[in-house]
Design a binder for this molecule. Structure first.
Ligand code: NAP
Length: 305
């Protein structure tokens, strides 16, 4: 029986693990991918205090090693079902299941697909959701980035290291991305913008050859010849395994109080999976710490058997 089982090993889950282990709680993290979560797909993190510039995989490793050093257990697995009410709480992943007194859900979020014809067909053959992973394949090529948020602009800037031109296709005429990213992108001679435009279709033969875009103001169509299309139109929470649990909002995120507690006693949430407007590494880490400290209070409050 664990005191705390943490679902997800991104910055929220790892930070929760560090805090829980330091509170002497028997702690396990269950993760289906690589430690670090979305940080693994990010180069050049410039806004995590203490590191003025660090690569995502390196920051992931620091956090993972710190958690392991403190005695957190790590298990690989895709959590498919949960029993959250009452005691003990039970998590099932693959053939295994485990029992815990409290649960911290830090399962994060995944890139949202555009849902246009050609997108699924050309995924891995020109359509990508990770410029950090695939950008180097597009040396000297013309590529497009879809979206206008922090991710789209950060990755467009990264792609300028490889591509000849990067065209940002955005559905309105102002970027959502934060000031410093926006200013850098607008000043970058390799970055072009297709404002008020949406992708209607991804086209090509064996690989992507272009995207059909439509101007939403005048309804005109145009084919933009590109070899790569990087899609960054937001993220969806990873909460399929929580369907029917009663702790999700209508968009599939988990609402919590300031203590990161969900509506079920002993169940907490942290990071991108939470219903919040701030999705940063630092906020996920902070929420993980808060969740763990409140999980400690919860575990301590349980009657001893
Ligand atoms: P986001 O902030 O939600 O931005 C999504 C972008 O895609 C928006 O510009 C949105 O347009 C556009 N969009 C959404 N649905 C679309 C559709 N169906 N078709 C075309 N365009 C669509 O998502 P994100 O950039 O992935 O960021 C997620 C979170 O992580 C945010 O909280 C962000 O601040 C954070 N983040 C931070 C950093 C950092 O360096 N600090 C880096 C990456 C991510 P509208 O603007 O018109 O809504």
């Amino acid at each position: 029986m664990y005191d705390v089982a943490i679902i997800g090993g991104g910055p929220g889950g790892l930070s929760a693990g560090i805090y829980a282990a330091r509170a002497n709680l028997k702690t396990v993290i269950i993760e289906r991918g690589l430690y670090g979560g979305q940080m693994q797909n990010t180069l050049d993190i410039e806004n995590y205090p203490g590191f003025d510039n660090i690569e995502g995989p390196e920051l992931s490793e620091h956090m993972y090693n710190q958690a392991m050093k403190l005695g957190v257990e790590w298990k690989y697995g895709d959590v498919t079902s949960v029993k959250l009410e009452g005691q003990p709480k039970v998590l099932t992943f693959g053939e295994e299941s485990l029992e815990a007194k409290s649960i911290i859900i830090a399962s994060g979020a995944t890139p949202r697909p555009l849902g246009v014809p050609g997108e699924a067909e050309f995924t891995g053959r020109g359509v990508s959701y990770c410029a950090t992973c695939d950008g180097a394949l597009y040396r000297g090529a013309d590529v497009a980035v879809v979206g206008g948020g922090d991710s789209a602009i950060k990755e467009a800037l990264l792609l300028t290291r490889y591509a000849s031109t990067v065209t940002v296709i955005h559905r309105r005429d102002a970027l959502r991305a934060a000031g410093i990213l926006r200013d850098r992108a607008l000043a970058n001679p390799k970055i072009r913008f297709k404002w008020d435009s949406v992708v209607e279709r991804v086209e090509g033969d064996a690989r992507v050859g272009g995207v059909l875009i439509r101007n939403v103001k005048d309804n005109s169509n145009e084919v933009l010849a590109v070899k790569g299309v990087f899609i960054y139109i937001g993220v969806d929470p990873v909460t399929d395994f929580l369907e029917g649990s009663g702790i999700l909002d209508e968009d599939g995120y988990i609402p919590t109080g300031h203590d990161m507690a969900t509506s079920i006693p002993g169940v907490f949430a942290a990071g991108d999976v939470r219903a919040t407007s701030i999705r940063q590494i630092i906020s996920a880490a902070s929420e993980g710490a808060t969740a763990a400290l409140h999980a400690y209070d919860y575990v301590e409050s349980l009657p001893t058997v």
